[in-house]
Design a protein around this ligand. Structure first.
Ligand SMILES: [Zn+2]
Length: 307
């Protein structure tokens, strides 16, 4: 972690521990999703292969814009994610302060700005930022007990300029395209969110809950929410699996049989017959199906095996 000016920087792996120590007295029930549009991957110095812009220069630049141009009292967002996954906390807009993110949806919300321009034709999100964002939302959902759905994790684009929540992103009515028409490589609609972003946060949250919890988290963990897929079989499950295997083996065996007495004359003839290369026509008379023995008997009775 590194603190400078109005921001605290940390790695994604440090976020959950940091968050667990935060005392938040306002009621949090909503997580906003934004992209910054500018700054973006170009201004960060990714595309040119140039030296990467300093994190704090980027953050203070946003803060200056918010205060001087927008006239806000502080940085608009509570949290920022970077292209390499780095997470920044706004110290002038800490978690106890209502953000300036979405008109009509700031009360009880945490505003997260993801650096990048994720409209179609813009930046393609990096794997590091993608993972960091999923982890961040999962940690926040865990800490504040927020349902992982599109009523509680909201895109800026689902609101009008006057702050009304719409059913979906509506070009012409939405205040912005934010977090981008190609956000998550999928778009900024409710349908797109439900297809990829929301279930991936839910999966990350399940993964977090499956991890060995710290003592103060134990009381929060409900057994039913733990993902047990990776655990070995219980004795009951193993017994059921063994019974199933025995049944399958029995079925396979029932299909094969020893030579029945009615087929013996036909099979005796067949085992002595050779093909044109002098090889036996059949070398394993036993263990074949009832249909095989019946057919051999029919051929014999037609006189076709008396050659
Ligand atoms: Zn936005």
């Amino acid at each position: 972690m590194k603190q400078k000016g109005n921001f605290l920087l940390m790695k994604p792996s440090e976020f959950r521990g940091w968050l667990s120590k935060q005392k938040v007295i306002r009621n949090i029930s909503r997580l906003q999703v934004h992209h910054t549009a500018s700054p973006n991957y170009s201004t960060r110095g990714i595309r040119e292969g140039a030296a990467r812009q300093d994190y704090f220069v980027c953050l203070e630049g946003m803060r200056n814009y918010h205060i001087q141009t927008q006239g806000w009292s502080a940085t608009g967002q509570n949290i920022t994610t970077f292209e390499d996954g780095t997470i920044a906390i706004s110290l002038d807009r800490d978690l106890n302060h209502t953000p300036a993110g979405i008109k009509g949806a700031n009360t009880g919300a945490i505003c997260i700005e993801n650096i990048g321009s994720f409209d179609r034709g813009g930046d393609l999100i990096t794997e590091e930022q993608r993972k960091s964002i999923l982890h961040l939302y999962a940690c926040l959902a865990e800490k504040f007990n927020i349902p992982v759905d599109t009523d509680h994790i909201v895109y800026h684009a689902w609101y009008t300029r006057s702050g009304e929540r719409m059913a979906d992103y509506t070009p012409g009515r939405s205040s912005k395209t934010c977090p981008g028409t190609n956000f998550w490589g999928d778009g900024n609609t409710v349908l797109a969110a439900n297809r990829n972003f929301i279930p991936q946060i839910a999966a990350e949250l399940a993964r977090l809950k499956n991890k060995k919890p710290t003592p103060d988290q134990i009381s929060n963990i409900n057994d039913n929410s733990i993902n047990k897929e990776d655990e070995p079989m219980t004795p009951t499950e193993k017994k059921m699996m063994d019974e199933l295997k025995a049944q399958v083996n029995g079925l396979l065996k029932a299909q094969s049989m020893d030579v029945p007495s009615y087929a013996k004359p036909a099979i005796d003839k067949l085992t002595q017959m050779k093909d044109r290369n002098g090889h036996p026509i059949i070398d394993t008379p036993d263990g074949r199906s009832a249909d095989f023995y019946a057919l051999a008997t029919v051929l014999d009775r037609l006189g076709m095996l008396d050659r």
